[in-house]
Design a protein around this ligand. Structure first.
Ligand code: PEP
Ligand code: MG
Length: 563
């Protein structure tokens, strides 16, 4: 266990709080990842005659790192495999390798070139913001692996502890998170990261209780006994061992109840709330099918095409969409049109230079820079629908005006599909009743609704409290949207991360939403929790949450109300 520092004398007793992202309770000794490799400050200058060989040495090291990541991806699945493959792609990125070998041809050694080029790209990614800024951690991880390869050192990373432990880190390299063994790493907390960071997504897939954006974590030494609660976000140090074990036992019972839950989604008194899965491709849909999810509430189509240089043809798109429709034959599937831009830029969509891409040309707005792209995608969905005999619902992201909703609905209806729009912009929540004059359903994206309501970047760890979906202002907008749905007699679902939180799911049901769509790994816990409470209790909890002063007070009030 060479990663673990010695146990501190007199472990501090206290608590650190972060943003809870994967529910569950873990109790065990804290461990920390081993140090990253030392990056030399002084670099050798390479003589003219040796530069070609040095450039080749760099390229070979990057290739070796990519191959190892790909080999690990072959043994992983779902989000973990995707992250490893994406990182292998980063190690072989032509721009990165080209810039580094360019430096070598100007005399830099390979290690110096790896370091300088990474910083150059990190600055660029940070300026782009959103998902690109998140890739800085990936890039630095690749740099460390390439530097280790060039220096003949073992590949950096996390060593597994012998005893089940709670991993505390500033941030985790995605390649490390993807390789976590949930029997040995029973809890996870990071100082950085947000609710939608790679760490959170993979922890959710692996079912490891997880807290992110936990300021003050650095003060907890390795070896300290910690009790991590992935529902409240609390990481308690040196807790009373008996109370900690009781909390773990209660959590285990809760998980057993979740494992036994088979659906369909309903409160204890039989009020139906469909529990659906968020998917991003055919394999994801087939995996979700193994859970009690009743259908797909959000198919994020843009995630199928992040690596494409050219817009996929209609036939090509239809093949992919048909895979998801086939996995959920005879069930509800909600396809979202491309949400390109901001944190999810697509290479085949021209994104203008923007100072603030989150407020720029993204979602439905890409039709203005890529004429016909929405229509072609709808043609593909219609073709997939015809091929599979399914009638998918189709919704547009980032709708801000009634006119946008009306225009989109006309395009969808012209293809005999069922139109809806996402409510991610406060303007859409405020005018939900008028949107519903044009579309058949609404789906609330609480990730972006939180970002735009609170004017806080959803990727920023510093602002994680503001982007917490328990923010009463966000819940008030959910309430308003759900009321509009009830008045119009049309369904209003939630498909943001809020729906993956079992406690918050009860609040959303109480606010009047008709379906909850979340990561497949969260489906059973959400359904099982909802089945323990009556609709009246959910309504009472919802009232308390909206009336609370802040997310922590809202959680506390709802915990009291629901027991
Ligand atoms: C959301 O914003 O809540 C949502 C579901 O969309 P995405 O997370 O893909 O932006
Ligand atoms: Mg969104």
């Amino acid at each position: 266990m060479k990663n673990v520092m010695p146990v501190a004398d007199g472990s501090p007793v206290g608590a650190v709080r972060g943003t809870p992202v994967v529910p569950g309770v873990a109790y065990g000794p804290a461990i920390r990842p081993g140090p990253r490799p030392e990056l030399p400050a002084v670099h050798a200058s390479i003589p003219d005659t040796a530069r070609a060989a040095e450039a080749e040495r760099f390229t070979a090291a990057a290739r070796a790192v990519a191959e190892r990541l790909r080999a690990r991806a072959a043994h992983a699945s779902g989000a973990a495999a995707e992250v490893l493959l994406a990182n292998a792609g980063l190690a072989e990125d032509r721009g990165w390798i080209g810039a580094a070998t360019g430096r070598i041809r100007s005399g830099s050694d390979a290690v110096g070139a790896a370091i300088a080029t990474t910083e150059q790209f990190a600055t660029m990614f940070t300026q782009l913001g959103g998902l690109m800024a998140e890739r800085v951690t990936d890039l630095r991880d690749i740099r460390d692996r390439v530097v280790a390869e060039l220096s003949g050192h073992p590949e950096p990373g996390l060593e597994l502890p012998d005893e089940p432990s709670v991993l505390l880190a500033e941030d985790l390299a995605p390649a490390d998170t993807a390789g976590l063994d949930p029997t040995r790493i029973i809890g996870l907390a990071t100082t950085l990261g947000g609710p939608t960071s790679h760490t959170a997504i993979i922890a959710r897939q692996l079912g490891i209780p997880c807290v992110v954006a936990a300021a003050g974590l650095d003060a907890i030494p390795a070896g300290t006994a910690v009790l991590l609660d992935g529902s409240t976000g609390e990481i308690r140090t040196a807790p009373d061992p008996e109370a900690a074990r009781a909390a773990v036992a209660a959590d285990r019972q809760e998980r057993a109840r979740a494992a036994a839950w088979t659906g369909p989604g309903a409160t204890a008194d039989g009020h139906r709330v469909a529990i659906l899965a968020n998917v991003q491709d055919g394999p994801g849909a087939r995996a979700a099918r193994r859970t009690p999810a009743e259908g797909v509430g959000l198919f994020r189509t843009e995630l199928c095409f992040l690596d494409r240089e050219l817009e996929p043809s209609v036939a090509d798109q239809a093949d992919i969409y048909a895979e998801v429709l086939t996995a959920y034959a005879g069930r509800k599937v909600v396809v979202r049109t491309l949400d390109a831009g901001s944190d999810k830029p697509l290479r085949f969509v021209t994104h203008p230079e923007e100072h603030n891409p989150a407020l720029g040309v993204r979602g439905i707005r890409i039709g203005s820079t890529a004429p016909g792209i929405v229509e072609r995608q709808l043609d593909a969905v219609a073709e997939a629908a015809a091929r599979t005999g399914q009638s998918p619902w189709v919704m547009a992201p980032m709708i801000a005006t009634v006119a946008e909703a009306a225009a989109f609905a006309a395009l969808v209806r012209a293809r005999d599909l069922v139109p809806g729009v996402m409510v991610e912009v406060p303007a859409a929540a405020l005018l939900a009743d008028r949107l519903l004059e044009h579309v058949d359903f609404l789906s609330i994206g609480t990730n972006d609704l939180g970002q735009y309501t609170m004017a806080a970047d959803r990727m920023s760890p510093q602002l994680a409290t503001l982007t917490d979906p328990w923010q009463p202002a966000v819940l008030a907008l959910v309430a308003r949207t759900a009321e509009a749905g009830q008045a119009a007699g049309k369904p209003v679902g939630v498909c943001g991360e809020a729906a993956a939180d079992p406690l918050l799911a009860c609040v959303l049901a109480g606010l009047g939403v008709t379906s909850l769509s979340c990561a497949a790994a969260a489906v059973a816990a959400v359904g099982a929790r909802l089945a323990t409470v009556t609709l009246d209790l959910c309504r009472e909890a919802a009232g308390a949450a909206v009336a609370a002063a802040d997310p922590a007070a809202a959680r506390a009030a709802v915990t009291r109300a629901l027991g």
